[in-house]
Design a protein around this ligand. Structure first.
Ligand code: GLU
Length: 477
């Protein structure tokens, strides 16, 4: 086993995983290093007058790779934000965008703050001030660096950032494209909020279409009826759990939150749990399930699928040996440390890696950015024309049927579905599903066909790094 004796930092973990993959590649000398290193990290300390005194905040924007521009990646508001973390997350963005063919380099930002300690107005002042610092250095810019939501931020913060950019760049007609994940009434796109969770669902659906992958995980059959444990019922975990339970027949047998976990072998009602958390600030006290105070212990539950959808590093050297789920899908960024990854690989656990599993967010961000640059909603030109052409077919079939004595007819449900042209949400979902399927196929073919590749993470890195390398080479590097 090649797990390190002590836990490396998050960035070191990403480097270890990167190194495992490049060892199997034949990159020209120097290029490997060029791809691995983070190009630049900007640190800003700024003051905001709040509650009668000046408070100083520390924020970062890290640019990992500019082989394609703009660079892309979220902005996180959390107390644990530090340079090591943003750099690790920026690197993951490079590999993620490359894997799912979103034409961006990788970046990430963060502000050291507990957003729950501030009211809306204070948060707006802080966000606008942070955005101002980044905008004036082109670290937020539609053609250079385009942030998005991440932990602790959402569409409200993105709307403030977009507005701040527009105030500072009044003649930029593409100003809306300076940030993604905006509300739909402020240049956003339908389906962005749910996108990362939806992507996790599509990734699992595609995994369950891969008999060889299923065999490697020791699983069989359909998603229907599979038991699932989700850590974190934030935006990503909530949507993944909701779609998997409501649409795919999965049983969510455990939900792990900050203050403990809930378990129920029959399956939890995700909407009810989410609304309980919303009203009570945690899962404790929820009546229709068993409460477990030591939430992290539920990561060790015997279930089919484990979905860490919260923080990095939650599956580490201290608990990896006891994690028994045969399939882990990394909805969070970096939830499994390099050491834990080695332990789990040895055990035969299949891990669907973060750079693929949670790429739904940036994929739909890409659609939003394109929508902003084209200044038109997807489907606006085609939808009714598509419906009119379908109507022609239906009318003609009905005329023929009548001619033949009305022996058959279309079911109203079929007719209704067939006649409905695709709107923005349907197109976004279709584009996301296609992206998740194609990226899975590209990873899985490496995983299944190369004897020296034992896991999906290495396969994902190989596919992704090869594309980044090709793009550097095309530039003459
Ligand atoms: N923060 C998300 C991620 O880690 C989304 C990034 C984006 O949409 O640019 O992938």
């Amino acid at each position: 086993m090649n797990s390190p004796a002590t836990e490396p930092s998050f960035r070191e973990s990403v480097d270890i995983m990167f190194n495992r993959a490049v060892a199997l590649m034949d990159l020209p000398p120097g290029l490997e290093e060029k791809i691995r290193v983070c190009n630049a990290t900007y640190t800003v300390r700024f003051g905001v007058r709040l509650r009668g005194q000046i408070q100083t905040f520390t924020g970062y924007r890290s640019v990992h790779s500019e082989h394609m521009e703009p660079v892309k990646g979220g902005i996180r508001f959390a107390l644990g934000v530090n340079q090591d973390e943003v750099e690790a997350l920026a690197a993951l963005m490079t590999y993620k965008c490359s894997l799912v063919e979103a034409p961006f380099g990788g970046s990430k930002g963060g502000l050291c703050i507990d957003p729950r300690e501030y009211d809306d107005h204070e948060l707006e002042l802080i966000t606008r001030r942070f955005a101002y610092e980044l905008i004036k250095r082109d670290l937020i810019n539609p053609s250079q660096n385009v942030p998005a939501p991440d932990m602790g931020t959402g569409e409200r913060e993105m709307a403030w950032i977009a507005d701040q950019y527009k105030r500072m760049n009044t003649t930029d007609i593409n100003g809306s494209a300076c940030v993604t994940g905006k509300p739909t009434n402020a240049g956003g796109i339908q389906g962005r909020t749910e996108a990362t969770g939806r992507g996790v669902q599509y990734a699992l659906q595609e995994f369950f279409r891969d008999p060889e992958g299923l065999k490697k995980a020791g699983l069989s059959g359909q998603l229907d009826g599979k038991s699932v444990v989700v850590q974190g019922l934030g935006n990503v975990g909530y949507h993944a759990a909701k779609f998997l339970s409501e649409e795919d027949g999965c049983r969510i047998v455990g939900v792990i939150e900050r203050d403990g976990a809930l378990t129920d072998p029959k399956g939890l009602n995700i909407e009810a749990v989410r609304s309980w958390i919303g009203n009570h600030g945690g899962v404790a006290g929820y009546a229709d399930a068993t409460y477990v105070e030591d939430g992290a212990s539920v990561l060790e539950t015997d279930c089919d699928i484990l979905i860490p959808a919260a923080l990095e590093g939650v599956i580490n050297l201290s608990n990896a040996e006891r994690v028994v789920a045969p399939l882990i899908i990394e909805a969070a960024n970096g939830p499994v440390t390099a050491g834990a990854d080695a332990i789990l690989r040895d055990k035969g656990t299949v891990i669907i890696p973060d750079m693929y599993a949670n790429a739904g967010g940036v994929t739909v961000s890409y659609f939003e950015w394109v929508k902003n640059l084209s200044h038109i909603r997807f489907g606006r030109m085609q939808r009714r024309q598509e419906e009119a052409r379908h109507q022609l077919v239906v009318d003609e079939l009905e005329r023929l049927s009548h001619h033949l004595g009305d022996k058959w007819s279309m079911t109203p449900d079929f007719k209704d579905k067939y006649l409905r042209g695709a709107g923005e949400l349907e197109l976004v979902r279709s584009g996301l599903d296609d992206t998740m399927r194609a990226a899975y196929q590209s990873m899985a073919s490496v995983w299944h066909e190369r004897d020296d590749v034992q896991d999906l993470r290495t396969a994902a890195y190989l596919v992704s790094i090869a594309k980044v390398a090709a793009s550097y080479r095309a530039k003459g590097l």
